[in-house]
Design a binder for this molecule. Structure first.
Ligand code: SF4
Length: 233
């Protein structure tokens, strides 16, 4: 009669084989992801974005090591993650009506001499002419967007709770966008992230053309303000 102890060596062998197969599978997936990521960085084209995103999240630790081996820095990895998320969210974002969208601008984007005061919904921009926020705010609000200039993620959560947007556009540095995207996922929001072109604590910069292009996604030409017509596709 076969006892449990007789099965023990077979069980150990089976576990060993499954482990080796799992490691091999991860390595093969890692190499495919590495190829797809390097291709995306070189050409700007994303192939199999769903597979890439799931793989890069699941194998993040290993992928960071592999990227380092081939000279891809963490910053580029994060940038690809943001681009992937935006690509995957694009279609869903386009069908959300503008009144159900919100834009969150970090307060570091304003002028160092900004005269606006903080109130419970963020900074109260006076469109004083010292920075581009004062231009973007009335234009996007005219379209129906909710527009907030916020000092941190706690404000974003509070405004989301209060106004219940279905989609948001967030601007920030790479780390903020990565964390913001994760937060948006937990809150069931469709998010589009825009990475600042100059980081820091004050007078950061963003490509406003990119902001308007994303804000106009899914908007019919008739609803686009004259000032933004050139960004409408
Ligand atoms: S335009 Fe608005 S955000 Fe920019 S500096 Fe003036 S008040 Fe501040």
């Amino acid at each position: 009669m076969t006892s449990v102890f007789d099965l023990y060596p077979h069980l150990i062998t089976l576990i060993g084989e499954v482990t080796v197969l799992f490691i091999l599978g991860c390595l093969i997936c890692g190499l495919i992801l590495l190829f797809l990521t390097v291709y995306a960085i070189r050409t700007g084209n994303l192939l199999f974005p769903r597979f890439m995103r799931a793989g890069l999240i699941f194998l993040e630790g290993m992928m960071r090591g592999l990227f380092k081996l081939v000279g891809v820095e963490d910053q580029e990895f994060l940038r690809i993650m943001v681009t992937l998320q935006n690509t995957l969210n694009r279609k869903a974002f386009m069908v959300i009506p503008i009144p159900e969208r919100a834009v969150f601008i970090p307060q570091c984007l304003r002028s160092g001499a900004c005269p606006a005061h903080l109130h419970e919904e963020g900074l109260n921009c006076r469109s004083c002419g010292l920075c581009q926020i004062g231009v973007a705010k009335p234009l996007l609000e005219k379209m129906g967007y909710k527009f907030f200039i916020v000092p941190g993620s706690s404000f974003i959560k509070r405004m989301v709770k209060r106004y219940k947007p279905k989609a948001i556009i967030g601007i920030g540095c790479l780390i903020e966008i990565k964390e913001g995207t994760e937060m948006a996922g937990q809150l069931n929001l469709i998010s589009m992230g825009i990475v600042t072109t100059r980081d820091g604590c004050v007078e950061t910069a963003v490509n406003w053309d990119e902001v308007y292009q994303i804000a106009l996604l899914g908007v019919s030409r008739a609803d686009v303000p004259q000032e933004l017509e050139k960004y409408s596709s």
